[in-house]
Design a protein around this ligand. Structure first.
Ligand SMILES: C[S@@+](CC[C@H](N)C(=O)[O-])C[C@H]1O[C@@H](n2cnc3c(N)ncnc32)[C@H](O)[C@@H]1O
Length: 261
């Protein structure tokens, strides 16, 4: 599964796709604004930098910026997109599961955006969190997004597929059938009772297997090494501030901002 996801991120058309993305997602924009007075002193690591979508927004405000990706092709694309590498901005091949090239307490802000953390196994995800804790400074920030199992719950129920627009209903039903076909071993009941699931979802035409987690389970996973966990809707960019709101949230993915213990 993981090897397969890696191959997807090495393929030419996927690299081209990520190299063309430019905009920050609303939640990323909110964090950029939230920490506006702190960027100038920050050393930042952008994990899973992909084609450099976030680079233009963050590398221009921080003191030092390092982008890593386990896909050599993504790193080559970043180097082409931002040819003037300097002391303060660089890209290198690196795997989030083992970032031995970086010393302990190296970074003030670590980003793993657009659900990059979801294409590895549960065990590897825990390794990444440990590595982030190790190379991040105590009190520094970790921002990442991850797929929301509550959003998937909605996608798995056919009752939610109908709309007043017949064309939309048709497309929804096709996507529903494909989703259920590619995930025949997963039932709606199972999703309702689990903390996380690995799902072959519609991204890149059902080529990736991705990790979906219940927000409360994500909070529990972070608790040992991270504090001040704040959750943002990827879509509205607004912080989700109450437990009630969080329990019913069905965004397909959420952004988590926390500080390193
Ligand atoms: C969905 S793409 C997002 C790319 C970019 N951050 C963006 O937002 O446009 C996820 C990226 O994470 C990278 N990635 C996945 N697992 C990784 C790992 N273990 N270490 C480093 N990069 C990884 C993939 O190669 C891919 O470029």
């Amino acid at each position: 599964m993981l090897e397969h996801n890696y191959r997807v991120y090495m393929s030419r058309e996927i690299v081209r796709h990520y190299s063309q993305l430019q905009q920050l997602q609303p939640a990323e924009q909110s964090i950029l604004e939230l920490l506006h007075s702190e960027w100038v002193n920050m050393r930042m690591l952008d994990i899973g930098v992909g084609g450099g979508r976030t680079t233009q927004h963050f590398s221009t405000v921080v003191q030092e910026y390092v982008g890593i990706d386990y896909s050599e092709e993504m790193i080559k694309a970043c180097q082409r997109r931002f040819p003037s590498a300097s002391q303060s901005r660089r890209f290198e091949v690196g795997d989030a599961r083992d970032m031995k090239q970086f010393q302990d307490n190296s970074f003030d802000f670590i980003l793993f955006s657009f659900n990059g953390i979801d294409v590895i196994s549960h065990e590897d995800r825990l390794k990444v969190l440990q590595e982030v804790k190790r190379i991040g400074k105590s009190g520094g920030y970790f921002l990442f997004s991850s797929h929301n199992l509550q959003g998937l719950e909605r996608e798995f129920a056919w009752q939610n597929k109908f709309s007043l627009n017949p064309l939309k209903t048709y497309v929804n039903l096709i996507m529903f059938v494909l989703l259920r076909f590619f995930n025949r071993s997963i039932s709606l009941r199972q999703i309702k009772h689990s903390d996380y699931e690995i799902v072959q979802d519609e991204s890149h035409n059902f080529r990736l297997k991705q990790y979906y987690i219940r927000p409360q389970a994500q909070i529990d996973q972070l608790k040992a090494d991270f504090d001040n966990i704040r959750i943002y809707s990827w879509e509205s960019g607004l912080e989700i501030t109450t437990q009630q709101e969080l329990c019913v949230n069905a965004d397909m993915w959420l952004y988590y901002l926390c500080t390193i213990k």
